[in-house]
Write a protein that binds this ligand. Structure first.
Ligand SMILES: Cc1ncc(COP(=O)(O)O)c(C=O)c1O
Length: 397
C-alpha cells in the first residue's frame, strides 16, 4: 500500500511564484522566448567583497557546524545594527536562519498553534498564509483598498484583532504592492496593537529598497514596550543580491529567540557557515554596491511605471519600495486575449505566458484577485522587450 500523506499536506500549496518561474523555465528550455517577470530575486551578482569573504572563510577552514542560532560575529553585528536603529538588542535575541523564509516559519512555530489567529493584511507575500496554517494557526486575511495604496487602516486592524489573535503580520516595504508605510502610519498601527495582547511579526526584508521620499521604519523601535512583542524579520537576499546564500534572521524577545534556536537545532542546525561569514561582510563591509543596485532599481522603476501607464486597461499604484509593480488588470477580465479566455488573475497570467511569452504572478497568489505582479528585479533588456511583448499581448484578441 502506498504511504499516505499526513493531513498537514493539505494545508499548503507550492509557492505560486516558484511555480510560475518553473513554468517559465520549462518553456525556455523548449526554445520558447519568455520575458520572465516572475521571481523576486535581484539579477545582480553578489558584490565581490562578499564573495571574497566567503572564499576566505572556506580557505580558513570555517566549514564546520556552527552554533545553531548562528556565529557570534554575525549575531553581534546584527544586534549592533538594530541597537543603532533604536531597538536595543542583545546577540542572544538574534537567530540566524536559512533565509528569512525559515525565520518566519520558526517564528510562527515558536509562538502560534491551534486555536490562535494571525492577522494578515492582503495583498500579502505568498508564503504567509500557508506558513501560518502549517503552524496550526488560522490566517485571518484583512483586505485593503487599492485606493488607499493597499495600506491597512488602524480601524480595520482593530476590528480584526480579538482574544485569539496571536500575531499581526506586517510587511513594509511590501511584496507584492511595494507599499511603504510612513512612520506615522506605523505608529497608529502600533497603538492599536499595544491596546491588545497581540504581537507583531514585522517582515522588513526590503528595508534598504525604498524610492522617492519613502523611508524604511523598524517597527520595534516605534513605541516603548513594542520590541518585547515584535519579531523582526530580515535578511541579505534582497539588499545584497544573495538569494542563493540563504541567510535571514529574526530578532525577538530572549525566550522566543531561545526557543527558535532550539527548534532550529533540531530542524536544520545552523545556516551555511560560509554564507554566515559572507553575511558578516555584507552587513559590516563597504555598502557602495548596495547604493549602485538601488540606483539601478530606481531607473528600472521609472521605466516600468512609464510603460505601464501607456498599457491599455492596466493601472498601478506606484511602488515606493521593493521591486514589484502590482498591476490592476481586471479591466481585461471577460475578454479573449491572444486566443485565451481571461476570467481572473490566474487565467490572465496563464494567457500572458502562453500567448505573450510574459511571465507574471497572479494576484490570487497574494490574496488579491484582479491583479498581476511584475518583478523588475531583472535586466533592462528583459524589461524593455517584455513590456513591449505585454503591450502586444494586451492589444491582441
Ligand atoms: C516579503 C518577503 N519576505 C521574506 C522573503 C524570503 O526571503 P529569503 O528566504 O530569501 O531570505 C521574501 C522573498 O521573496 C519576501 O518577498
Amino acid at each position: 500500500m502506498a504511504l499516505g500523506l499526513a493531513s498537514r499536506s493539505k494545508l499548503i500549496a507550492p509557492s505560486a511564484t516558484m511555480a510560475m518561474a518553473a513554468e517559465a523555465r520549462r518553456l525556455k528550455s523548449e526554445g520558447v522566448t519568455v520575458h520572465d517577470f516572475s521571481l523576486g530575486e535581484p539579477d545582480f551578482d553578489t558584490p565581490a567583497n562578499i564573495q571574497e569573504a566567503a572564499i576566505k572563510a572556506m580557505r580558513a577552514g570555517l566549514t564546520h557546524y556552527t552554533a545553531a542560532a548562528g556565529i557570534p560575529e554575525l549575531r553581534k553585528a546584527l544586534a549592533d545594527h538594530y541597537t543603532r536603529l533604536g531597538s536595543p538588542t542583545l546577540p542572544a535575541q538574534v537567530i540566524v536562519s536559512n533565509g528569512a523564509k525559515q525565520s518566519i516559519h520558526n517564528a510562527l512555530m515558536a509562538v502560534c498553534g491551534p486555536g490562535d489567529e494571525v492577522v494578515i493584511p492582503a495583498p500579502f507575500w505568498v508564503s504567509y498564509a500557508d506558513l501560518v496554517r502549517l503552524a496550526g494557526a488560522e490566517p485571518i486575511v484583512v483586505p485593503t483598498e487599492e485606493s488607499e495604496g493597499f495600506k491597512l487602516a488602524p480601524d480595520r486592524l482593530a476590528a480584526a484583532i480579538n482574544s485569539r489573535t496571536k500575531l499581526v503580520m506586517l510587511n513594509s516595504p511590501s511584496n507584492p504592492t511595494g507599499l511603504v508605510y510612513t512612520r506615522g502610519e506605523l505608529e497608529s498601527l502600533a497603538d492599536v496593537v499595544l491596546k491588545t495582547d497581540a504581537g507583531v511579526l514585522s517582515d522588513e526584508i526590503y528595508e534598504q529598497l525604498t524610492y522617492e521620499d519613502a523611508e524604511p521604519t523598524c517597527f520595534a523601535t516605534l513605541r516603548p514596550g513594542l520590541a518585547e512583542r515584535t519579531i523582526t524579520i530580515s535578511g541579505v537576499s534582497k539588499t545584497y543580491a544573495m538569494t542563493g546564500w540563504r541567510i535571514g534572521w529574526a530578532i525577538a524577545a530572549k525566550e522566543v529567540a531561545a526557543f527558535m534556536g532550539d527548534l532550529q537545532s533540531q530542524e536544520t542546525a545552523n545556516a551555511c557557515s560560509i554564507s554566515q561569514w559572507a553575511a558578516v561582510e555584507a552587513i559590516q563591509g563597504d555598502q557602495s554596491s548596495v547604493s549602485a543596485m538601488r540606483r539601478e532599481f530606481i531607473e528600472r522603476r521609472r521605466f516600468v511605471l512609464d510603460r505601464i501607464a501607456a498599457l491599455p486597461g492596466v493601472a498601478c499604484v506606484p511602488p515606493r519600495g521593493a521591486f514589484y509593480a502590482f498591476m490592476n488588470v481586471s479591466a481585461h477580465f471577460g475578454r479573449k486575449i491572444g486566443g485565451f479566455e481571461v476570467v481572473d488573475s490566474t487565467s490572465f497570467c496563464k494567457a500572458a505566458l502562453a500567448g505573450g511569452g510574459v511571465a507574471l504572478v497572479p494576484g490570487a497568489a497574494f490574496g488579491a484577485e484582479g491583479y498581476a505582479r511584475l518583478s523588475f528585479a531583472t535586466g533592462m533588456e528583459t524589461i524593455r522587450s517584455g513590456l513591449e511583448a505585454f503591450d502586444r499581448f494586451l492589444r491582441s484578441s
